[in-house]
Design a binder for this molecule. Structure first.
Ligand SMILES: *[C@@H]1O[C@H](CO)[C@@H](O)[C@H](O)[C@H]1NC(C)=O
Ligand SMILES: *[C@@H]1O[C@H](CO)[C@@H](O)[C@H](O)[C@H]1NC(C)=O
Ligand SMILES: *[C@@H]1O[C@H](CO)[C@@H](O)[C@H](O)[C@H]1NC(C)=O
Length: 410
């Protein structure tokens, strides 16, 4: 009912000077074609219906993508390019729209389809994940990993390609699984523009095998969503009375400092208390307990408005402060260790001398086994400062202790 009123009005408005206007119809576009124009990219193309009359009306086209992901839009052009994973096929339809101010009338739909990419079931890769990182040179590296399909024969060889805009490149640096199948790929540099965070990175993985046709797999990644942000730089931590002062620089990135936020993780090594704070500034002041030693780590990410990525790795831990109790324990342990080592060396020396006598007398058991056990336990206990980076946090006492130990036992 409504449609026929609109039709009558439109015909009146658009075709009022045409005597035979009563017979005018909205006709569907012709020669609708779908073409794969690049990896994971399809070109939709159609022609205006040559019979269509419009005069004072505007002609537009309604496009409806049905699969793999439903999407609907209208356009005044007769073509449209979409980036989309095509391994499971693609289908879309288009129709003509006749418009006059707020009134519009649509034609019948015409449909187009691309078949799924050929290959045996379950031979496609699964669990594809990709990560980009901005290098010191300012380019973007790309790393992808995946699992071979459940149905992929053992001789399957997978090949990875990425497309960025119009540029396509094949991977030449793979890591293989135990059956010699490629499961990881790295590009040390790519054509990905580090500043275009909204762009898409298309990944295509196909393969070959003597025993089966390997079905290709495609996935599109939003550029910023797969960026692994770099670690903050030049972290410096100092103490000012009972205040801990930390400053650092933004990670290697073309983005301005305002684009970053940080997480600050610190452990009181005496009490074992841990805390994480999130902040936007790149300096930090915190009131602390002056008798404790602290371990500090920082990591970075983009703010949401600059396109959030993956959190960077944690920086190496930096230790500050004096742990009064802790250092006296270290000294006791060091003295204990040195004296035990001396005893051990003396015993070994005595044993060596005795060895000459053992040819004359029956051999006596050496006491070295008795001493071997207690060392590793004490060794672990002495290194309470940090588990990740002994180098940053290790004290002189520990180093002395460890080298004495290493020399004497092994
Ligand atoms: C549509 O395609 C047919 C066959 O390829 C061609 O003859 C015809 O001219 C095309 N129509 C238009 C409007 O381009
Ligand atoms: C692969 O992905 C599936 C489905 O997303 C998940 O259930 C599975 O745990 C993943 N396997 C591995 C090894 O990550
Ligand atoms: C894999 O895809 C690329 C890019 O489309 C193509 O050039 C290559 O021939 C394909 N390889 C196989 C084994 O299908």
């Amino acid at each position: 009912m409504m449609a026929s009123v609109v039709r009558a009005l439109l015909i009146l408005l658009c075709m009022r000077n045409i005597p035979q206007a009563a017979g005018v119809q909205v006709l569907p576009p012709v020669n609708f074609t779908l073409t794969v124009s690049a990896l994971a990219q399809v070109l939709l193309h159609w022609k205006p219906n040559p019979e269509q009359e419009h005069r004072n009306c505007t002609i537009r086209y309604d496009v409806k993508i049905l699969s793999p992901e439903p999407e609907e839009y209208d356009t005044g052009k007769t073509h449209s390019v979409r980036s989309v994973a095509l391994h499971n096929g693609f289908s879309a339809r288009v129709r003509t729209l006749l418009l006059h101010s707020d009134l519009q009338l649509g034609s019948e739909w015409v449909k187009g389809e691309l078949p799924p990419l050929p290959g045996a079931p379950e031979t496609s890769v699964t669990n594809l994940s990709c990560v980009t990182q901005i290098t010191i040179a300012g380019t973007v590296s790309l790393h992808c990993s995946w699992l071979p399909g459940q149905g992929a024969p053992e001789d399957t060889k997978y090949f990875l390609f990425y497309r960025y805009g119009t540029y396509t490149e094949e991977c030449h640096s793979y890591v293989k699984d135990k059956w010699n199948r490629n499961t990881k790929c790295s590009f040390a540099g790519t054509h990905i523009d580090p500043e275009q965070v909204d762009s898409l990175v298309a990944v295509h993985i196909n393969g070959s095998s003597k025993h089966a046709a390997i079905k290709p797999f495609q996935q599109l990644f939003q550029q910023n969503a797969i960026e692994k942000v770099n670690v903050p730089r030049n972290i410096s931590v100092s103490l000012e009375q009972n205040n801990l002062l930390a400053t650092w620089e933004k990670p290697i990135s073309p983005f301005p400092a305002e684009c970053f936020e940080y997480e600050f993780y610190f452990i009181n090594l005496k009490s074992g208390n841990k805390q994480t704070l999130r902040m936007s500034s790149n300096s930090f002041r915190l009131r602390i307990d002056g008798t404790s030693r602290y371990s500090i780590q920082i990591r970075a990410n983009h703010h949401v408005h600059c396109g959030r990525g993956f959190w960077s790795n944690w920086s190496e831990s930096v230790c500050v402060g004096q742990n009064k109790l802790e250092s006296s324990i270290s000294w006791i342990l060091t003295v204990l260790c040195v004296s035990m080592s001396c005893t051990f060396l003396l015993t070994t020396l005595i044993c060596k001398i005795n060895h000459i006598w053992s040819k004359l007398f029956p051999p006596i058991p050496t006491p070295s086994n008795k001493f071997r056990d207690p060392f590793p336990t004490d060794y672990e206990r002495a290194r309470t400062c940090t588990s990740d980076t002994e180098t940053e946090c290790g004290s002189f006492a520990e180093d002395l202790y460890c080298s004495v130990l290493d020399d004497s036992v092994f």
